[in-house]
Design a binder for this molecule. Structure first.
Ligand code: FMN
Length: 554
């Protein structure tokens, strides 16, 4: 079963967008500043709804104060975290990271978000102003009929591929998926801060998500870049989503293929499709999408992989959100940590981290604790770590096996004569080889110093062929999402430990596989990451994300 399960279009795109030592994935090779896309989309003609904590947002009383919760969750997941300035250039940063700070991910809210208005709505989130733009007002009876928990609400995420392709060309589809994973994790963590939970709804087909949020309305996207549906997330106000007791692992039996899903033990659809889709179909739509660039370069490889991985939706046994049983405690990141998360641009190359802090960080990327409970599948991403400077941990190459059931297949796939020595009595961490891996880590991550100058860097190794065989081509996107979720936890863990992290989308794919002795598509490296002691760029000035915030909140 060498590469069984990897469909021809996925294999063509994945292999065709690898970086090689002698050849990068196809892109323009230069930045066409004249066509640089606007990082913020707006819908002209749509009414705006100010969100808490904007001073003009409705104050926080009333029925369940849902609007304040929506404001809170969006502010701490997809809102602006700072404005930076260097000379005449000024740019914003967000709570969620994005490759190249290009931010292809757009968010839509669906729910009864304006109590007293007499309508339920579909809204576009505009992070530059922290407002909702009302795209559709529809009969609240349709909402009530569709959902088990009327106080809950939905977030749909989409990608504007062009924003990433403008800079990165054909590899951009991968980065859009990473960014979506980061956004999913950011939303799950912000929902926990607000006392709730967030879970993906895999039963919604991409075509249904597009209809629900109106991105399939040609008339509203005249000359505007189209958005690709990504995922639908249920936000519940109840804190429990997955309890240890109710966690069920189900396996769709198919010889040799790992198709386990992890899900809460409650069987029901969280949101009924038909009443909601009928409601928005009959609703009143307003707003025209803004154009982000006047000129575009077409990247048909991206259109092809998007089409080949479009999700028809799937019923996952036992999938439900908001089961009222208490969950694993969500990681408690203070708002300060969430808002100050940044990517390091350089590390000092000398500082070390203690072993306890290192092991604690690694323990936080293990499921099923939040934010991993937002996902419906068992872990597919494992970490190949280059340990550079961790006190009492020998430098070398390690493997964190995030799903113990994958270990035999990982051992079989890694063709080199590794040690496989257990490196922790608490974690599924194995020492593969001792030695100074700094030069190798730098080289593999496109010669970026940040991969060598931190405490450790890593490659995220996806359980590739078996996952695609089990769940089909659309799962190609999910593998990147899981990598993004792991990355978001590492970002926040680093920040909480007084260190800093950086996601690394630029790496030489097959040379990473060579280091591990991986010779086929059973496992593939999808994303790199690095953590260390940052060197600040003191030339930059920093202002708060929003004018109503004071700089001590930054
Ligand atoms: C998927 C992904 C890939 C990235 N790849 C790189 C990279 O290869 N090199 C790098 O220096 N930064 C990389 N970054 C960091 C981004 O440049 C950074 O997130 C962006 O500039 C926004 O800054 P912030 O993270 O401080 O908000 C990556 C980030 C993401 C999410």
């Amino acid at each position: 079963m060498t590469d069984v399960g990897v469909s021809a279009p996925v294999r063509a795109y994945h292999d065709g967008t690898k970086h090689h030592f002698r050849r990068f994935a196809r892109s323009l090779g230069y930045l066409d500043w004249a066509s640089q896309p606007n990082p913020f989309r707006s819908f002209t003609g749509a009414a705006t709804v100010p969100l808490s904590p904007r001073p003009d947002a409705p104050s926080g009383s009333g029925r369940h104060n849902l609007q304040a919760t929506i404001g809170d969750v969006l502010r701490h997941s997809l809102g602006l975290s700072a404005w930076k300035q260097l000379g005449p250039s000024r740019w914003s940063l967000r709570v969620n990271p994005s490759s190249g700070n290009l931010h292809p991910t757009e968010a839509y809210v669906i729910g009864d978000a304006e109590p007293g208005s007499g309508a339920a709505g579909v809204y576009h989130y505009a992070p530059d102003r922290h407002v909702l733009e009302r795209r559709c007002a529809f009969d609240p009876a349709s909402w009530q009929a569709a959902v088990a928990e009327p106080d809950g609400w939905l977030i749909a995420l989409t990608s504007i591929h062009w924003r990433e392709a403008w800079k990165y060309g054909e590899r951009a589809f991968r980065y859009c998926q990473h960014d979506m994973g980061h956004a999913i994790a950011a939303i799950r963590i912000a929902a926990a801060m607000a006392g709730g939970t967030a879970t993906l709804l895999p039963d919604w087909a991409h075509a249904e998500i597009a209809a629900l949020i109106g991105i399939d309305r040609d008339e509203d996207f005249f000359e505007a870049e189209r958005e690709e549906p990504g995922c639908l997330i249920a936000i519940s106000r109840q804190s429990g989503v997955v309890s240890t007791e109710s966690l069920v692992e189900s396996r769709v039996v198919s010889p040799g293929v790992d198709s386990r899903v992890v899900s809460p033990g409650v069987e029901s659809r969280v949101v009924s499709h038909e009443p909601l889709l009928a409601g928005v179909r009959a609703g009143q739509w307003t707003g025209k999408a803004s154009q982000l660039s006047e000129d575009h370069t077409s990247w048909t490889f991206i259109d092809e992989i998007a089409a080949a991985t479009r999700d028809p939706g799937r019923d996952v046994p036992g999938r439900s959100a908001g089961s009222s049983t208490p969950s694993h405690p969500a990681p408690a990141y203070p708002a300060r940590v969430i808002l100050q998360r940044r990517s390091a641009v350089a590390f000092d190359g000398v500082s070390a981290i203690g072993a306890a802090a290192f092991f604690s960080m690694l323990s936080r990327v293990l499921p099923p604790a939040p934010p991993f409970d937002a996902l419906w599948w068992s872990p597919r991403i494992h970490l190949a770590l280059f340990v550079h400077r961790v006190d009492q941990v020998a430098p070398g190459l390690y493997l964190l096996v995030r799903d113990p059931l994958a270990i035999d297949r990982l051992r079989a796939a890694c063709g080199r004569d590794f040690l496989w020595e257990p490196a922790s009595d608490r974690l599924p961490l194995f020492l593969l080889a001792r030695g100074d891996g700094r030069a190798m880590a730098r080289r593999l991550s496109c010669d970026q110093d940040i991969a060598a100058d931190g405490f450790f860097s890593l490659g995220m190794i996806a359980d590739f062929a078996a996952s695609l065989e089990a769940f089909g081509a659309p799962f190609y996107r999910h593998l990147f999402w899981e990598a993004g979720v792991v990355g978001q936890v590492l970002y926040l863990e680093a920040e909480a430990a007084g260190a800093r992290a950086t996601g690394i989308g630029c790496f030489f794919d097959d040379p990473v596989h060579d280091v591990l002795g991986i010779a086929d598509h059973h496992f593939q490296s999808l994303y790199h990451f690095t953590v260390g002691a940052p060197i600040e760029d003191i030339r930059l000035t920093t202002e708060p994300g929003y004018a109503w915030e004071t700089s001590d909140q930054v």
